[in-house]
Design a protein around this ligand. Sequence first.
Ligand SMILES: CC1=C(CCC(=O)O)c2cc3nc(cc4[nH]c(cc5[nH]c(cc1n2)c(C)c5CCC(=O)O)c(CCC(=O)O)c4C)C(CCC(=O)O)=C3C
Ligand SMILES: [Fe+2]
Length: 342
Amino acid sequence: MAYDAVVLVSFGGPERPEDVMPFLQNVTRGRGVPPERLAEVAEHYQHFGGVSPINQQNRELIAAIRADFAANGIDLPVYWGNRNWHPMLADTVTQMRDDGVTNALAFVTSAYGGYSSCRQYQEDIAAARAAVGPDAPVIEKLRQFWDHPGFVEPHVDAVRAALGQLDPARRDTTRLVFTAHSVPTSMAASAGPHGGRYEAQLRETAALVAAAAAPDLPYDLVWQSRSGPPQVPWLEPDVNDHLAVLAEKGVTGVVVSPIGFVSDHLEVVWDLDTEARDTARRLGLDFARAATPGVDPRFVAMVRELVLERTDPDGARLRRRLGELPLWDICPTVCCVPARRP
Ligand SMILES: CC1=C(CCC(=O)O)c2cc3nc(cc4[nH]c(cc5[nH]c(cc1n2)c(C)c5CCC(=O)O)c(CCC(=O)O)c4C)C(CCC(=O)O)=C3C
Ligand SMILES: [Fe+2]
């Protein structure tokens, strides 16, 4: 198959105070998120002047991908469209159509399977194509990359660097805490043969990062940024509750590594750097937050490798990975479908 473009597909975030509410309404439409929760999250954004860092981070990632493609002889334009805020994916797909694009590959800024991280992005792509009409380009999502060295290695280095900020004399009471966005348990236990991928893949990534960064330290995978109405069960424990349990057990310091994400967006700079750090301070725990891949050259090169896996005659041989869970190039239609429609 010959491809004529790459499109980066992401979550999107507000860039002005007046964008915050309409953005949150886009995120939560039809999801039963209580208005109190929306008001609280709007407040988090307003602490940063109504500007989420995520769009600027994606601009920087796209600039780095373009430079990497150019340096490596890949002659494909790179477009950008979001699920929840401008540039909206449907507008981007319109532009791609107008530019004559017919077959594109999509790089989604989420490493994992699962409904929000994989299937919902495929639904976003299908909806954007439907809005454009029959002459919309075909768009195929690149594979999940939770165990790709270009994703794992930057996390490993970041955990090592964060450990370096903690007291080495207290290493035997130091602990690694990996985090990812919580999801409703009904979504986590996705139906079909590929159910439960999100949590299983996160556990594999946590194990890979821990083994390479600090094999002597115990670690846990916990959840952050729970949304939704309180009566709906979401994956637990929450990172803040987990820190309290660790402090109780005699742990003196934590490295918190958000392996669920690819950049230090608002859920990282607010939910971890502000809230979880405050929790740690109250509990008397030393706290260091590990960085996400961002524009690490290995992560940028990974995007090129994922493209080459699909375009190079030897592509299958380029499929670099560190884990052992099932991996597929193209998601089966039953993959990552939630047990109950969210
Ligand atoms: C699995 C997952 C990822 C990782 C995969 C990926 O990266 O895509 C992720 C990423 C993100 N989540 C983000 C922000 C938000 N997520 C929300 C709400 C929700 N997230 C969910 C799941 C996930 N979310 C779910 C199941 C909901 C409930 C509503 C629903 O069923 O869909 C809400 C609503 C308010 C609230 O928090 O209650 C906000 C504002 C931002 C942007 C941060 C920025 O602006 O910098 C990013 C990257
Ligand atoms: Fe999937």
